[in-house]
Design a binder for this molecule. Structure first.
Ligand SMILES: Nc1ncnc2c1ncn2[C@@H]1O[C@H](COP(=O)(O)OP(=O)(O)OP(=O)(O)O)[C@@H](O)[C@H]1O
Ligand SMILES: O=C(O)C[C@@H](O)[C@H](O)C(=O)CO
Length: 335
């Protein structure tokens, strides 16, 4: 029992909507990017990573987005195809737009940063008229990624997708995914993310992202419960507040909450990817009908695997890998 009711007669479990980009992760790690000579290319973009996570876990997935009409766009679509992710609503741009790039700097396992090239990117050119109602109505759930709200016409495409999802009882999941490089201002971020959040069934964000939405600028006490209750007054049934290495808290509309820790990784390579892997495995658990505590544990274990890896998308684990980590952790805890 996890408070979410999915329509069962659907051919897809999950559709991701938003950014499809390329990660270029530094190969020479534990040094600043000024000293990096080579990078490894992976498919990236938070909603893409989450969709890939669910595909790797065996969910039937699809994607709504726009890619550039070049080698990167073709690389991304080919990668999704190989994972059986339905790309019928992945549109190719013909305006000369480019694929967003995310250069990951790994100065140390705990000091990582991302340099994002986001000018004239194809993902933000997705138009409302390109969002297929017939595609969305085939799914149990759809993920909205906050960065897709950063500018038009992608912004309007998001609201069109939400309208279709609500019309067809598709569960709406909002991952705030705040990436400052893409927004004009935090005020604009708050306006549009709040307008979306009030229509969503599940909201996933870090404490800092909720602070942006609540326009918290000072040292006020950040009250996770108050944050969750704000959204339970609207459509939300589940609110997840992520706290990095301190774990996460999952709140449910019936007043329940679950404080989850982490699965300490034997060797953290980079912190990035934790959020997307957590979200993918958490949502997988919801789709299985698991209680939120089990979803949270599954997400945390997945995150531990991905922070131990050089990539994000490529490293997304299988059910067996996650279950083995949980078993190993329990065995070690009992000795
Ligand atoms: N270093 C870590 N080791 C193990 N698990 C971690 C680590 N960092 C985060 N996690 C797990 O992943 C979850 C999400 O991490 P976090 O809060 O950093 O999300 P995020 O900021 O969206 O991540 P990202 O860096 O991918 O954007 C945490 O709640 C925790 O369970
Ligand atoms: O979301 C992005 O654009 C960056 C991701 O591709 C990258 O893998 C990451 O930061 C994951 O958290």
């Amino acid at each position: 029992m996890n408070h979410i009711t999915f329509q069962q007669d659907r051919e897809l479990d999950f559709i991701g909507l938003g950014r499809l980009c390329i990660d270029l992760n530094a190969n020479e790690i534990n040094r600043p990017m000024e000293e990096t000579l080579t990078f490894t290319k992976y498919v990236g973009g938070s909603p893409a990573n989450i969709t890939i996570a669910l595909a790797k876990l065996g969910a039937r997935t699809g994607f709504i987005g726009k890619v550039s009409d070049d080698q990167f766009g073709r690389f991304i679509k080919s990668y999704l195809h190989k994972l059986n992710i339905d790309t019928r609503n992945v549109v190719t741009d013909h305006t000369g737009a480019v694929t967003g790039l995310a250069f990951t700097e790994i100065k140390s396992p705990t000091d990582c940063s991302i340099l994002m090239y986001r000018d004239n990117v194809a993902d933000l050119k997705l138009e409302a008229g390109e969002v297929q109602e017939d595609f969305i109505k085939r799914a149990k759930a759809i993920l909205i990624s906050g960065t897709a709200l950063a500018s038009s016409p992608s912004r309007e495409a998001v609201f069109q997708a939400i309208e279709y999802a609500r019309k067809h009882q598709v569960v709406i999941i909002f991952d705030v995914d705040y990436r400052r490089w893409t927004w004009k201002s935090k005020e604009e971020t708050a306006i549009y993310c709040n307008l979306v959040a009030e229509q969503c069934d599940v909201i996933i964000a870090g404490r800092e992202e909720f602070d942006v939405m609540e326009i918290v600028t000072g040292p006020e006490v950040k009250d996770d419960l108050a944050t969750a209750q704000r959204w339970f007054e609207r459509q939300a049934k589940i609110v997840v507040v992520k706290h990095g290495g301190d774990g996460s808290i999952v709140f449910t509309k019936d007043g329940g909450s679950s404080r989850g820790g982490i699965f300490p990784a034997k060797q953290v390579i980079k912190t990035f990817g934790a959020g997307d892997s957590f979200a993918g495995a958490f949502i997988y658990g919801l789709l299985q009908g698991w209680p939120v505590e089990k979803c949270q544990e599954f997400g945390s274990a997945s995150a531990s695997i991905v922070v131990s890896s050089h990539s994000c998308s490529d490293a997304m684990p299988t059910v067996e890998q996650i279950e083995n980590l949980i078993k190993e952790h329990r065995a070690n805890s009992s000795t």
